[in-house]
Design a binder for this molecule. Structure first.
Ligand SMILES: [Zn+2]
Length: 362
């Protein structure tokens, strides 16, 4: 699993406290979304469950933590209701897969994996009851136990007091690690009983060092859209297959110019993509253009967006406020047509001309 980039010092502090027997039984790691909170919590879990008590990374304890399979590593994370047990047991294999693929997993990526857009993720009362039951048993291996709660801010109101009780009445050799992105949503009584650890956000260099094999173009797009949310960037990069950024760039450049011959050619090219590939491209485009609009309005520094194929800075300044509504509507309706497999070429043509008008502010 990944080493922390910016917060090695924080990990050292945690190790030092543990070695000196001074690590608090309840630790609250505060992190930016998609930042180093989760990777750090995993590193801390290794330390606590390591056979050599050093977080060596190679013993049986550390290895099983890396695979999220250690019997004394209890994981709690937000879910949607409707599974057979109503607890995180229903989603544990998805969670393992996601977190191992993307150690910086962010809430929206997780949401997309297990729920539809409108379903709310939460940690239900049943889940906290499950944890209480697990912790009432003795440790599987007779040593330390860890309860790692990802996003305690999503605990259902009624269950927060149960968590508070767990924190207030420490169990022997049991460590609670909370990874939160929003401490304002936590009960003040929980906050006051945890040792707080603040993760520094990732700098652009740290962020980009995660993508050593990507082209400059892909790196520029990822950092413009997602930095410092590395979790979202990793998820997007995994979806940007078949050199999708180049296809996107070419389509947008063509829409911007508005030449009918070129639009026909690009529409033919797009229509030859698989249905899934095309859906993915259109929703990525919607996302990119919304971000372009955001950058334009916010006047954010766009120096990292000078691309060889398309000048995104120019593009984002082309996405004027009155055009953003038109763009969202055009791409949304295009996405629906692709979904229903009707008039795909016509729909792509109409969308291209609508984008052209939106870019021109017409
Ligand atoms: Zn170890």
């Amino acid at each position: 699993m990944v080493v922390a980039y910016k917060n090695i010092f924080l990990l050292e502090q945690l190790k030092h406290a543990f070695k000196a027997g001074k690590l608090h039984h309840a630790n609250l790691i505060l992190s930016g979304i998609g930042g180093e909170g989760l990777p750090l919590a995993i590193e801390l879990s290794k330390l606590l469950l390591c056979d050599k008590e050093t977080g060596c990374g190679s013993c049986s304890g550390c290895t099983r933590v890396s695979k999220l399979e250690h019997p004394d590593l209890n994981l709690t994370f937000p879910i949607v209701s409707g599974g057979s047990s109503g607890t995180s047991d229903d989603y544990i294999s998805d969670f393992r897969k996601q977190l191992i693929e993307n150690p910086f997993l962010d809430p929206s990526t997780w949401q997309r994996e297990i729920a539809s857009k409108n379903q709310q993720l939460q940690i239900p009362v049943k889940e906290i009851q499950r944890i209480q039951r697990n912790l009432s048993l003795t440790a599987a291996e007779g040593k330390n136990r860890v309860l790692l709660i990802w996003m305690p801010e999503s605990i259902k109101t009624g269950a927060s007091n149960k968590l508070l009780k767990l924190i207030e009445e420490p169990l022997d050799n049991t460590y609670i690690i909370l990874v939160s992105y929003n401490k304002k949503k936590l009960l003040s009584t929980i906050l006051s009983r945890c040792a707080p650890w603040h993760c520094k956000p990732l700098g652009v260099d740290d962020f980009l060092s995660y993508f050593p094999n990507e082209t400059q173009e892909t790196k520029a797009i990822l950092s413009m859209l997602f930095a410092p949310n590395l979790g979202a960037a990793i998820a997007a990069n995994n979806n940007l297959n078949n050199n999708q950024t180049a296809v996107f760039a070419n389509w947008m450049r063509t829409c911007y110019k508005g030449s009918p011959i070129e639009i026909t050619a690009v529409v033919n090219e797009l229509a030859s993509l698989s249905k899934e590939g095309l859906k993915n491209l259109v929703s990525t485009s919607l996302h990119l253009l919304e971000k372009g609009f955001y950058h334009n309005v916010q006047g954010t520094n766009t120096s990292s967006t000078e691309l060889g194929v398309v000048n995104l800075k120019k593009l984002s300044s082309a996405v004027i406020p009155s055009g953003s509504y038109l763009i969202a509507r055009a791409l949304d309706s295009c996405l629906r047509d692709i979904e229903r497999n009707i008039h795909v070429k016509t729909s792509l043509s109409v969308t291209s001309y609508q984008l052209n008008r939106a870019f021109k502010g017409l």
